[in-house]
Write a new protein. Structure first.
Length: 112
């Protein structure tokens, strides 16, 4: 089945929402010691980047709307290839500071 940009934005938004659900009412200290939450959050970030990469391949214009796409891909590479160097603090900051912006962009694109 052919997927369009809105479908990809929907998938990204879904992963953002799952991350928010996983971390809702969770303090940083709990996050650092709960391997289940950490694994779930990291998995969703990996999915987000896989979707972004597919969006880039199918719709360059839509891809360019994600202003931090390059940084997001770099973040995924750390999660996948540099697992020993993953900083809980960095992941937590991305969740707390940048995830909402990405989710809002996806919402706008879905409703456009």
């Amino acid at each position: 089945m052919e997927r369009d940009a809105k479908t990809y934005f929907y998938d990204i938004r879904q992963s953002c929402r799952l991350i928010r659900d996983f971390t809702q009412d969770v303090e940083f200290q709990t996050y650092t010691t709960d391997w289940l939450i950490k694994s779930a959050v990291e998995r969703q970030f990996i999915i987000i980047v896989e979707v972004i990469n597919r969006l880039k391949q199918t719709d360059e214009t839509a891809y360019r709307k994600i202003s931090q796409a390059g940084k997001i891909v770099g973040f995924r590479n750390i999660l996948v290839h540099g697992y020993e160097a993953i900083s809980d603090q960095l992941v937590w900051e991305v969740v707390q500071i940048y995830l909402k912006e990405l989710e809002e962009l996806c919402e706008q694109e879905i409703n456009a």
